[in-house]
Design a protein around this ligand. Structure first.
Ligand code: DC
Length: 219
């Protein structure tokens, strides 16, 4: 069974997807982390994103694996990159990287393969529209921008990074704009997705709403 969870930055996708997967005993695949992984590798290897040959080579040589190291971690070419991919440097270029059709084609193929034959919760921007248009369940999370910025600030503070709420809100709105206006697979609610506004509701409530809907179809 495939459960698709899409939505803009800071809408609560990652925590919700992680908890839903845990409650149902499903695998959790964070597709945003994979786009961030490619962005990180472009920075590390000084790859010119406009150069199709360089990018093709990078994509062909990259392997991803989600594995549990206490928390679920993303390994790229055998190295745990979970912490590095949330850096400001990666966040700054990830929208640009994820708008490139070559990158999308390769990662979508990879995501479909990773999920093949399994019970999975996939989170991202295009899961219900492109990666798994026939997903058994589709959810689209939204939240007020001030709340989204507050959540991100809390996450960053936990890592010792200080950024103002205004800066975070601006960065998120800009990323939403880029993600939803790009030519390939823009961020968009699938027509048959259930929309959940997470403003002012607890993670537990978000998770329970989804689990209840899914459980009705399992039992
Ligand atoms: O979920 P996130 O903020 O970590 O995602 C990082 C970026 O990756 C986001 O700005 C858009 C892109 N992305 C995408 O284009 N398609 C996905 N399925 C997931 C993420």
């Amino acid at each position: 069974m495939v459960i698709a969870i899409d939505g803009p930055a800071g809408s609560g996708k990652s925590t919700t997807a992680k908890n839903v997967a845990e409650k149902l005993g499903f695998i959790h695949i964070n597709t945003g982390a994979m786009y961030r992984g490619i962005a990180l590798k472009c920075i590390q290897e000084d790859v010119d994103m406009e150069d199709a040959a360089q990018l093709n080579h990078l994509l062909a040589c990259t392997k991803f694996e989600f594995a549990a190291e206490g928390e679920l971690a993303l390994f790229m070419d055998g190295v745990d990159i979970s912490s590095e991919i949330t850096s400001v440097e990666v966040t700054d270029v990830v929208s640009q990287v994820s708008a490139i059709s070559q990158v999308r084609e390769k990662l979508v193929q990879y995501q479909r393969k990773m999920a093949e034959g399994l019970n999975v919760v996939l989170e991202g921007r295009d899961i219900g529209t492109v990666v798994f248009p026939n997903a058994h369940h589709k959810f689209f999370l939204v939240a007020d921008i001030h709340e989204r910025a507050r959540r991100r600030k809390k996450e960053m503070e936990a890592k010792g990074e200080v950024v103002s709420l205004e800066e975070l809100a601006e960065e998120m709105l800009e990323r939403d704009r880029k993600d939803s206006t790009r030519k390939h697979s823009p961020l968009k609610k699938a027509e048959d997705a259930v929309e959940i506004d997470t403003t002012g509701i607890s993670i537990e409530e978000q998770v329970n709403r989804i689990v209840e809907i899914v459980n009705k179809t399992i039992k």
